[in-house]
Design a protein around this ligand. Sequence first.
Ligand SMILES: Cc1cc2nc3c(=O)[nH]c(=O)nc-3n(C[C@H](O)[C@H](O)[C@H](O)COP(=O)(O)OP(=O)(O)OC[C@H]3O[C@@H](n4cnc5c(N)ncnc54)[C@H](O)[C@@H]3O)c2cc1C
Length: 371
Amino acid sequence: MTVQPTYDFLIVGAGLYGAVFAREMTNAGKRCLVVDKRSHIAGNAYSKNQDGIEVHVYGPHIFHTNDKAIWDYVNQFAEFIPYHHRVNVTYKGESYSFPINLKTLQQVFGVNTEEEAKVLLEKLRTPTNEKDLESWVIGQVGQELYEIFVKGYTQKQWGRDPKNLPNSIIKRIPIRTNHNENYFDDRYQGIPRGGYTKLVANMLHGIDVQLETDYLEKKNDLSKLASQILFTGPIDAYFDYQLGALEYRGLRFETSKIEKPKFQATAAVNYTELEVPYTRIVEHQQFEPKGLNHTIITKEYPLEWTKGKEPYYPINDDKNKILYNAYRKLAEKETNVIFGGRLGEYKYYDMHQVIAASLKTSREIIKESSK
Ligand SMILES: Cc1cc2nc3c(=O)[nH]c(=O)nc-3n(C[C@H](O)[C@H](O)[C@H](O)COP(=O)(O)OP(=O)(O)OC[C@H]3O[C@@H](n4cnc5c(N)ncnc54)[C@H](O)[C@@H]3O)c2cc1C
């Protein structure tokens, strides 16, 4: 006698991709079990309360999107505090406004008006067909701005000379000639009140979740529990690295409590000199100010990544793209496994993008199964 699986879907990973998928499938009447190897839900968006402050444990997470449907979707699960992300840069003891805007150009070059800034940028521009990051940025803004804002920071962040990195890494950062100091241009921006973990817990309401469960360690037993699997862990780990390991950039976080209400002017301050070992300091209470007498900061140190360490940023160079495509071909042969999310698709996804991708996949499956 064949035993029927208990669940329709086994969802590996309680991050945003897995949680959205679980919610949609459950709403469609499917039975879901979510497992995560970590001791908490919410994946890399995980936040936890420390001394009354919601700390973004795997780096600061700001929700931003231009897509009203995605904004309405997340607002079902949390109340969002209006928040517009601002970042300062510290370089050789000087503080600058960032992304580059009129205030920055005033500080560096002494220009005063939008017109002067436009003329200046035009003079600095020497566009190039070179595809490397260094040549591209110098071609856009000149040597001086490159040195202050990009060179050391990029070298630290990626552990590679900017001459050997693709310009695609930096193309999304705006260069403005007006006073707009916002980091993101998106129409909808905010931080979920009470943190991302609460948001994801609301998404997973009523759904079975098993933490501290590594799917790859119990693959045979867990797979029997469901007819289909969504895997949001690393695609190369799923295939036991048989074609080699995809590369990531790692991070180390150093968090400390400081006995004063505020530590720095903006929630994030980037340290762009190569000589300072961390890339930024994040002050968590600025995301959800509560007027406390203490504050909590995190210094973020980029790390060389090795297999087994927490993977953060995929290295989207040609070598890794080719390897990912080879894994993708293996994935297509797995009949009852769907791969999704930043690790399953080896893709730098922002939260709104990962939610959109998960909604698309889950809704296509629901549509297909209702035929
Ligand atoms: C430093 C940093 C800052 C960021 N800041 C922002 C920001 O400001 N705004 C924004 O929109 N986005 C930001 N992001 C991106 C955001 O974190 C991702 O879009 C989002 O977390 C991706 O969700 P996911 O579900 O795909 O992956 P994840 O959140 O990584 O979830 C995958 C889950 O799968 C689990 N898992 C893996 N393997 C297994 C296994 N074998 N068995 C069981 N479980 C497993 C993992 O433990 C993890 O919990 C940032 C990312 C980083 C690294």
